[in-house]
Design a binder for this molecule. Structure first.
Ligand code: PAF
Length: 284
């Protein structure tokens, strides 16, 4: 396993790999890897000869008062997990390497970035798209793999890559869940026992809405009210949103329409904010 910390060495390594005709797959992460991340590494390995896992807790995507400082970190364990899953290079720069003094350029996708997560975390996606474009320019992948868990992030990155003619293919891999349905997330470690138990209600409410849609319910108001009632029974600190989105345009809808709808939610338990989503096929 090779660990690279500088932009220059990473770019030179990727250029050399490309000269040798190797296909490069990249999995961008903020570390504290779990089975969701390793499934992305396995996917990248299927698509490429060499997998680079990037580990960088990106300060520009955290707002004031968010958890940048206390975001969980365990570099040694991450290297082990990444290697076991099939990664042979870790790119792990420090903050100064990625944002040297005087850094002043940001990338913003205007469409789809101000609703849902963007409404509650106004500077978040600007930080994400900026760091992802930098990581793509530094690692030069043929394919880059993201998780469907962050559905809005995946949409915005696909849009950025297409709009700015970045030569890579963006692959979105399915959500990995615990046995009881909770979507894997590095932030799950913040939950105490009671909150962890209650958090299973997120996926239950998504599955409930899916069943209702399959039975013919088309009113977003009715579906949202029923999901809200289910979520409130878990006594969350706050429900930030329950949104119904047209997946190809990332636009909120008020009436369920074929061929599919993305149901997305964000719920807080204590100081922990959890997001989840479910893509549901809709028949005509
Ligand atoms: O999904 C994440 O972990 C982060 O948003 C990403 C894509 C690594 C950018 O920092």
């Amino acid at each position: 396993m090779k660990i690279i910390a500088t932009v220059r060495e990473m770019q030179e390594t990727s250029e050399q790999l490309r000269r040798e005709g190797k296909r490069i797959g990249v999995v961008p992460t903020m570390g504290f890897l779990h089975a969701g991340h390793t499934s992305l590494i396995v996917k990248a390995r299927e698509l490429s000869d060499v997998v680079i896992t990037t580990i960088f807790v990106n300060p520009t995507q955290f707002g004031p008062g968010e958890d940048f400082e206390r975001y969980p970190r365990d570099f040694e364990r991450d290297c082990k997990k990444a290697e076991e899953a099939g990664s042979t290079i870790i790119f792990s720069p420090d903050v100064r390497e990625m944002y040297p003094e005087g850094f002043a350029s940001y990338v913003e996708v205007e469409h789809g970035s101000r609703i849902l997560e963007g409404k509650f975390r106004p500077t978040h996606f600007r930080g994400v798209t900026t760091v992802v474009l930098k990581l793509l320019n530094i690692t030069k992948p043929h394919a880059v793999v993201f998780g469907q868990k962050d559905a809005q992030q995946a949409f915005l990155i696909q849009k950025m890559v297409s709009d700015l003619n970045v030569e890579t293919s963006v692959v979105v891999a399915p959500i990995v869940r615990e046995k009881d349905g909770l979507a894997l997330s590095s932030r799950n470690v913040y939950l105490n026992g009671t909150e962890r138990e209650r958090a299973t209600q997120l996926y239950r409410s998504l599955k409930f809405a899916k069943e209702k849609i399959q039975q013919g319910e088309r009113s977003v108001d009715i579906l949202r009210a029923e999901m809200k009632r289910m979520l409130q029974s878990a006594q969350p600190t706050q429900i930030d949103y329950i949104a119904f989105v047209r997946p190809d345009l990332f636009q909120e809808i008020e009436h369920i329409q074929p061929p599919s709808v993305l149901i997305a939610l964000a719920v807080r338990f204590g100081g922990t904010r959890l997001i989840d989503n479910h893509l549901v096929s809709v028949s005509s």
